[in-house]
Design a protein around this ligand. Structure first.
Ligand code: KG4
Ligand code: ZN
Length: 480
């Protein structure tokens, strides 16, 4: 009997097959791996890049139903969902997060330890300091998540963890912890794409949201417009050619002398409420590019120049500014926010048209990632989406910014269709090389939207999640 796993193996994406494992229901409503034969825990050896290189490469679909029913799709098994319980771990940037989520979407716990002090001290994320901060709190964050869920590791069905994209040093802390938990308790492990998790958490929130759908994912490091065809399969309609919108919010906040304890975005949003959004003339980026790509580096420069022109001193906190100085800052914040969001609006409108050409049955547009917690962003994009006769799905702010729930949920989605790794060994050597994917595209680029500026920067990029999953599906088709 052979099984399929999406592995967390070293260096590159690999698929592997392990004999004799099935999942049996337990009386405490969780599911665990049951080993029929000796479980192979060595590093997988079949590369997904050339899966046919293995003479033993065969596949059998695998559904967890208490007994194995390979012909019954997951969606037709009503009991499956409720029984799964997954721990999700997220450390890709500056938040250490863990959560426990049940297969039916019930959030049993959610814990986040943020690095606000470091953010204030360094004015941004410093990888080494962020890694140390993750390492200090990871054990406690995971323990708290289990305690709040009233569970122990033994009750879990699997562990999900972000393996990319993100900062390698930070990703490593989460992956090491996830493998330790999984190894000690013989749990399967699911490697999660951070941006897919931002998109899919909307499916936990909105039960009606089925594939295909559109998503705008806006965070500190990403500005992505994607068409989600299926689980793990995305077409990238647009991305940023330089900075993401969250980075522009963060720099604007820093240069305006705002309180960065909750990150820059919320501070700019709050101050913008006091300002006149039409008072400072900023140009909307890439107005004449008839594509769905973004650029925020130029807008950042426009903001910096406006701040210099008004002689605003970032070292003087806005709380101590004179009335006139405060009004100047508020005007810049409001004007920046308006233009930053106009750029999103223009590109979203075009992307929806493109997406409907490709998948006319789309009914929803998801907006997620940290910047999607901004009320002005939500309001403006809701108008665009409604004009195109789609429904906007925007997770609540606590699920838009980085969190463990989105990782646990995405882990669940992949786990239930049989994409996961077997339990790692209980002890791993200190020098074990983890499969981390700091630069990992989500989808395949849509030819119409390809950007020259972007294609220059392809060094050390991992094959996209979509290409990995497509290769797997192709392989399955040729096997059956
Ligand atoms: O998704 P996220 O939590 O982490 C990354 O994956 O980057 O996004 C963080 C970004 C930061 O740039 C932060 O300033 C921005 O989201 N953000 C906001 C708001 N809340 C968070 N930007 C604008 N308005 C907000 N209310
Ligand atoms: Zn994020």
């Amino acid at each position: 009997m052979v099984r399929l796993f999406l592995t967390l193996s070293p260096a590159i994406s690999r698929f592997n097959l392990y004999p004799g494992i099935s999942i049996l229901a337990r009386n405490n409503n969780s599911l665990r791996l049951q080993k029929h034969h000796k479980l192979k825990t060595k590093t997988p050896t079949f590369s997904l890049i050339s899966p046919s290189s293995s003479p033993n490469f065969q596949r059998t679909r695998f559904y967890s139903t208490g007994t194995r029913i390979s012909s019954l799709p997951y969606s037709e098994n009503p009991n499956f969902d409720d029984n799964l319980v997954v721990l999700g771990i997220e450390t890709s940037c500056d938040d250490t997060a863990a959560a426990v989520v049940r297969g039916n979407g019930e959030i049993l716990s959610q814990v986040i330890s943020s690095q606000a002090e470091l953010l204030v001290q360094y004015g941004g994320v410093a990888p080494k300091q962020a890694e140390e901060a993750h390492s200090r709190v990871i054990d406690k964050v995971v323990q708290d998540a289990l305690d709040k869920a009233n569970l122990t590791e033994k009750d879990l069905s699997a562990v999900a963890v972000t393996i990319g994209p993100g900062l390698s040093l930070c990703l490593r802390v989460g992956v090491r912890k996830a493998r330790r938990v999984a190894g000690n308790f013989s749990l399967p492990i699911v490697g999660v794409h951070h941006m897919e998790a931002h998109a899919l958490v909307a499916r936990l929130v909105e039960q009606e949201l089925s594939f295909p759908f559109m998503a705008l994912l806006i965070s500190g490091g990403h500005n992505l417009l994607v068409l989600a065809h299926k689980l793990g399969q995305y077409t990238q309609l647009g991305t940023t050619v330089d900075d993401a919108i969250g980075e522009a919010f963060d720099k604007t906040a820093k240069w305006l002398g705002l309180d960065m304890h909750r990150s820059g975005g919320p501070a700019v949003e709050e101050l913008a409420l006091e300002g006149d959004a039409k008072s400072v003339k900023f140009n909307v980026p890439m107005k004449y590019h008839k594509d769905c790509n973004f650029s925020y580096a130029g807008l950042k420069t426009q903001v910096r120049l406006a701040i210099e022109a008004k002689e605003i001193d970032a070292k003087c906190p806005v709380s101590s500014a004179t009335n006139e100085d405060r009004r100047n800052r508020a005007d810049i914040a409001a004007s920046f926010q308006r233009v930053a969001v106009l750029h999103l609006e223009e590109k979203c409108e075009r992307a929806i048209d493109w997406a409907l050409e490709l998948e006319p049955s789309i009914k929803h547009m998801v907006i997620s990632g940290g910047v999607a917690s901004n009320k002005y962003v939500r309001l403006r994009l809701n108008n665009i989406v409604e004009n195109k006769n789609l429904k906007l799905v925007c997770p609540p702010p606590s699920l838009c910014t980085d969190n463990g729930v989105m990782v646990a949920w995405t882990g669940l989605e992949h786990f239930r269709v049989g994409r996961y790794d077997p339990p790692p060994p209980a002890t791993e050597p200190e020098d074990y090389v983890y499969d981390l994917r700091p630069r990992w595209p989500l989808g395949e680029e849509y030819a119409k939207g390809r950007s020259e500026a972007r294609s220059m920067r392809t060094a050390r990029i991992h094959p996209s999640l979509t290409s990995i999953i497509r290769a797997d599906s192709l392989q399955q088709q040729t096997q059956t």
